[in-house]
Design a protein around this ligand. Structure first.
Ligand code: SAM
Ligand code: DTB
Ligand code: SF4
Length: 352
């Protein structure tokens, strides 16, 4: 089977309407052609900057404008993040994903600290992924120079549904960040959420956007909405696990080489439903008892599940080379600090 980038709505609609077990059979066959079906990539998440976000993503407990239990915190210290990465590595994680409740990356001290975290974790021979909101070409390059392996930036839903879910940025803004990530030669992680109130056409169009890229995202997280009290979507109907299995299977068929990640919402799934997702081609999970702010299955229960299903965790850098950290990232930090000083001095002079 060759890799395609020209999927059309009708053919995916046919897959969507297949009897579920026929779809799973097709997807499982593709999965076995491209992957070792016993291997699952394990990522661990840490929320390096929690809450207080200026965006209005209607699913997100970290948006400042919604009244949720999440309290805004400052950026974590690099040494604390690196210590958490060590624990995750000992638990079998090959990738550490650092999440920040930011609309976008800014060229400031916080970003310099994130670069230090990236460098420290890459030095531990773990893949480092960041999800920091929108970024530009230069920022993507600085992350790459620090040793970043992947960048997560979800499209979440279809272009058509997007403005019902988020109004403070556009679908195009998301795609622009993807361009910067690709330009810097960083692996792209992008997927979406089911349970936002979307229809079949939105689910299909979301996958078509990702699968018709000239290069498929190397990871495709499929999140199920975790409804959080205080967010506009807190009372959304629960998504049947059949829908998740279907989405995983379709993503597997459309993007055969990518890692399809079972992401938020795993706590609500039975072991059997998770097994069906692995059968349909999921080959990555977030492990650890918290995602960013919500709960996730404990390491221990995942270990039992893996044992029962005969699954193994994948080693880091099996699908791509370890990025070399480049001393340029330090020079850039120094340059940014100098520019900030000059700007402050100019403002001071103008005020006199
Ligand atoms: N602020 C950055 C951004 O939005 O890109 C990074 C962090 S943001 C929390 C990362 C992703 O988490 C979102 O794009 C969304 O797909 C997912 N997410 C957030 N809240 C969720 C929820 N309640 N249920 C499921 N997925 C959620
Ligand atoms: C992704 O697709 N899902 C993760 C990760 N990428 C950053 C985040 C899920 C967040 C779920 C809600 C929370 O814990 O705050
Ligand atoms: Fe902010 Fe990201 Fe949450 Fe949106 S999803 S409110 S950008 S943290």
């Amino acid at each position: 089977m060759n890799i395609r980038h020209d999927w059309n709505y009708e053919e995916i609609s046919e897959l969507y309407d297949l009897p579920l077990l026929d779809l799973v059979y097709k997807a499982a066959t593709v999965h076995r052609e491209f992957h070792d079906s016993t291997q699952v990539q394990i990522s661990s998440l840490v929320s390096i900057k929690t809450g207080g976000c200026s965006e209005d993503c209607s699913y997100c407990p970290q948006a400042a404008r919604y009244s949720t239990d999440v309290e805004a915190e400052k950026l974590m210290q690099p040494e604390d993040v690196i210590a958490q990465a060590k624990v995750a590595k000992d638990g079998g994680a090959s990738r550490m994903c650092l999440g920040a409740a930011w609309r976008e990356v800014r060229d400031n001290r916080d970003f310099d600290n994130v670069l230090e975290m990236v460098r420290g974790i890459n030095d531990m021979d773990m893949e480092v992924c960041c999800t920091l909101g929108m970024l530009n070409d230069e920022q993507a390059q600085r992350l790459k120079d620090a040793g970043l392996y992947a960048y997560n930036h979800n499209i979440d839903t279809s272009k058509e549904k997007y403005e019902e879910v988020i109004t403070t940025r556009t679908f195009e803004d998301r795609l622009d960040t993807h361009k910067s990530v690709r330009k810097a030669g960083v692996s792209l992680c992008s997927g979406g959420i089911i349970g936002l109130g979307e229809e079949k056409k939105d689910r299909i169009n979301m996958l078509i956007t990702l699968a018709n890229y000239a290069k498929h995202p190397e990871s495709v997280p499929i999140n199920t909405l975790v409804p959080v009290a205080g967010t506009p979507l807190e009372n959304n109907a629960k998504v049947p696990s059949w829908d998740l299995i279907k989405m995983v299977g379709i993503a597997r068929i459309m993007m055969p080489e990518s890692a399809v990640r079972l992401s938020a919402g795993r706590l609500e799934l039975s072991d059997e439903a998770q097994a069906m997702c692995f059968m349909a081609g999921a080959n990555s999970i977030f492990a650890g008892d918290t995602l960013l702010t919500t709960d996730n299955p404990e390491f221990k229960s995942d270990r039992i599940l893996f044992k029962n299903l005969g699954l193994k965790s994948k080693d880091p850098f099996e699908d791509g080379e370890k990025p070399e950290t480049n001393e340029r990232y330090k020079e850039n930090s120094a340059k940014a600090k100098m520019q900030a000083k000059v700007k402050a001095w100019k403002e001071e002079m103008a005020a006199k």
